[in-house]
Design a protein around this ligand. Sequence first.
Ligand SMILES: [Zn+2]
Length: 324
Amino acid sequence: MLRAVLLASALLLAPIAATAQDFSKVEIKTEVVTPGIAVLFGAGGNIAVSHGADGTVLVDDQFAPLTPKLEAAVAALGATPVKWLINTHWHGDHSGGNENFGKAGAMIMAHDHVRERMAAGQPLRGDTVPPAAKEALPILTYHDGISLHLNGDTLRVMHAPHAHTDGDSILHWETANVFHMGDTFFNKVTLPFIDLESGGSAYGLLAAADKVLALANDKSVIIPGHGPLASKADLAAYRAMLAEVIAAVESAKAAGKTLEQVQAMKPAAKYEVKGGFISGDAFVAAVFSSEKGHPKGMQPDRSKDVMGAKGAAEHDHGGGSHSH
Ligand SMILES: [Zn+2]
């Protein structure tokens, strides 16, 4: 059983960091952002810890085998055990510890589509991720967002529609002036991964960057999904890169060029990161295939979905008239 869990985790890790599959060797590094908020770097997505008199909030939880190390890192901050856990999106390098933390009593929160995709199982980069255990599923879900009033701050959790996936949350601690953008922001470590199969889109990614740029100032600290802590200027540079590649791909497409022809023009080459897991060609392909509005993504059979046709139409899986 443990072996199966490790294997499943390793498969999920592969697209993010193929070298880090031996979790016993992973060291959790803690960086204090501001009193009461820290970031844990290990294997997988960057984790935020928000702690204080009211309790501890964890944002993302990497992979299941790392849970004890993460719990130790939380304790080392002087924080109490995790009471609330927020997933920025469903990918296993951000939600792999859910079952452990859920069983330990944490209340797991995420966007509606995170729960739906985890519950149903999901294709991802050539693999199929099986349905998650019940204890791993978010029990408190939201569509547009949710606010937590804790530890002397207001934490706004805002949905960023159809960006990295269709279930992304962006977090803003208003008083601390700290953001966590999940995988809507890859900072310096690779070109962005846009999960089209999960309803992601380059246009939503651009909108997510704009949403945070509008709220941030020069003193803001921005936690990306992967990579080092960022400033507003770092995010602005990322946003400019996105806009430039999108514009180049759009104009080539409008001129009738095929994907292969657009890739041959290398519009993202100068932004490629050595060792990054998304190449310029892969990023251009994702931009080329990105839809505006509400891309549906590739989803498991939902014909047995309890929501039924009416509920599904009111939801935003491709519902043309639904607006966010
Ligand atoms: Zn992701």
